[in-house]
Ligand binder design. Sequence first.
Ligand code: SF4
Length: 267
Amino acid sequence: MPAVVETPLALKRRARRINKELAEKYPYAHAELDFRNPFELVIATVLSAQTTDVLVNQVTKILFAKYPDARAMAEADPAELEAILQPTGFFRAKAKNVLALSTRLVDEFDGEVPGRLEDLVTLPGVGRKTANVVLGNAFGVPGITVDTHFGRLARRFGWTDSEDPVKIEFDVAELFEPRDWTMLSHRVVFHGRRICHARRPACGACPVANWCPSYGTGETDPAKAAKLLKYELAPGQEALLDKLLAETSRAAEIRMESQLELKRSRR
Ligand code: SF4
């Protein structure tokens, strides 16, 4: 039987349906890196390569207490910086990037993180992915962040057939309104970390199984699939999930307030 070809409109509708279901499943989805301003976010994102956000959050707490802004960081002693960054891996390269990035911010941008993609990607260690994370989360400018989870899920959803992050970003951007891009990115990454894993996706416990052409790639038995879930969805983590759900509206308010505060302070 020939495969049924999905029209662009049907694809768009299905993609939006998936986003809606993910929004209901993860109302608490957010950027998992801790930050209080664009500088902290750009540094944390650079440090997050090849490591976990949890580890980066532990390290940046110490890092920003010692070097709170680009000027302080640009003058950091490289050996001291390396010692702080060591737990994140590739610490020599990361220390070098952080120093070069801070120096460039001081020299070219008056110590401030620029709010435009074309400027951000000129900073050492900052590619499109990092730039979009910073724009979307610290400046409120819509951006699609294509990391390994996002790329894998976009292909499984049939939103793209590309392996190239820039092509994936453009393919997915066609399917959604810009205002949805940033939250979509968080939700898809949350889903990739918790349910739609690289090796064994938990299809039998997946809220978007009805709209996913890759259903069956992983475990379809509901009981077995439930055991594969991670973080707050993992068996035995019901109290954590309840807490996150209860705090969702407050967390959204706090994020909104801090964004407004940030915008005010930059006027
Ligand atoms: S149905 Fe399976 S492949 Fe599709 S999103 Fe869910 S877990 Fe991933």
